[in-house]
Design a protein around this ligand. Structure first.
Ligand SMILES: [Fe+2]
Ligand SMILES: [Fe+2]
Length: 121
């Protein structure tokens, strides 16, 4: 049984997003930001989705649809911008902040509670 009130792997992975937002604010971006983001989207989403399937999470369809929307929008941004310039930095920054507010602090928190509760059964 997990004793802490937060889900460690989820929290650790979410921190990557906070770091990326800081990086975008602090310096010029290059391909490594996209690599980290793509990696985040692939691995982090896959892990959340695996838990949802395994636990038959009631909000699964809605949650996976939101992940897919993120994947699509990230791909579109990659296709539309051919240079790592200020405009891209701005778009990415807005995109991630919005995601943080709506998803990470919203439905991800609901999922966290559900996983923690099912572990205690
Ligand atoms: Fe999520
Ligand atoms: Fe998440």
């Amino acid at each position: 049984m997990q004793k802490t009130s937060e889900l460690i792997w989820q929290d650790t992975q979410h921190r990557v997003l906070f770091e990326l937002i800081d990086q975008l604010r602090a310096q010029e971006i290059d391909a490594s930001v996209f690599e980290k983001l793509t990696d985040y989207a692939e691995h982090h989403f896959a892990l959340e989705e695996a838990y949802m399937r395994q636990l038959e999470y009631p909000g699964m369809d809605e949650h996976i649809a939101a992940h897919n929307k993120f994947r699509r929008e990230l791909n579109t941004m990659l296709e539309q911008h051919h240079t790592y310039d200020e405009a891209l930095r701005h778009s990415l920054s807005m995109f991630l902040r919005e995601w943080l507010k709506r998803h990470v602090l919203g439905i991800d928190k609901q999922l966290e509670r559900f996983i923690l509760e099912s572990k205690q059964k």
